[in-house]
Ligand binder design. Sequence first.
Ligand code: C2E
Ligand code: MG
Ligand code: MG
Ligand code: MG
Length: 278
Amino acid sequence: KAKANGRNDYCFFESEIDQTIQMRKLVEDELRGAIEGDGLELAYQPIVSADGSKVLAVEALVRWRHPVRGLIGPGEFIPIAEERGLIIPLGESVLRRACTTGARWKDLTIAVNLSALHVLQADFVEVVARILEEAGLDPKRLEIELTESVLVEDPVTAERAINRLRDLGVRFALDDFGTGYSSLLYLRRFAFDTIKIDRTFVQDIDASEHASILLTSIVSLGRTLGRTVTAEGVETSEQQKLLQLMGCTQLQGYLFSKPVSPNEIDGMLRTDVLNAAA
Ligand code: C2E
Ligand code: MG
Ligand code: MG
Ligand code: MG
């Protein structure tokens, strides 16, 4: 079509690419500003015992409070941060804030998502150790959530960093388990304390027999290896019942609570009542 209409369309097309590049640059600059300023917010989602009665942990989930576009979810800007070299300052800021805020929830584990790129930094272990110390958080209360990509990229470096932090007491969770390619191999090789079963597996269990057979095997595999098994994306009490029967000990999902503000976590702990379980 562009050819048939001649040169003008071609120019138009070119300037559209220019605009896209300019847009990306703008987003990058704005994101950098948000990280350096106070444009990022953390929401905390409870992780509860299988019967739904007790909050065991909270997972910090980052959001971008954009002056014009409103609240933006991590799916939209984490990839940009990774591509533009902003994921390290972003991750550090999230980790520092989660540890500082989390220190006040005395018995809870604080789960923080970090990017593969972060774990492979030469000073990763020192940075995490320093942040824990500054925040006054017992290393045993931090659980770092990683996806398999870190292990695929550079397993030797990742393993070394994970083991050094585990020596300090920090725990590790393998996030989105089941969505990668070589899960079983990595599950055996790396010392993850927890595996988090991706919510795509949880979604279909009350509808499909196949899904529930698969999930049962994943849970028992994790348990056999001595890992804590957490299921993400639990939305119905049927799913909760099935997961509990399968031997899943930790659950997370909208059935119990969405990601909420620190004040709302305070409230839950005070009243000991979860949103949906009430
Ligand atoms: P994730 O770590 O697997 O986090 C779970 C995601 O599922 C969260 O989305 C959460 O809000 C959502 N979720 C929880 N319960 C339910 C449910 O019952 N139903 C449904 N449909 N969804 C549920 P969110 O907050 O948009 O985060 C998306 C992903 O972004 C996270 O997946 C994580 O990989 C990444 N992410 C979030 N915060 C950070 C961060 O601080 N650093 C890095 N590197 N990545 C982050
Ligand atoms: Mg996570
Ligand atoms: Mg996950
Ligand atoms: Mg997920």
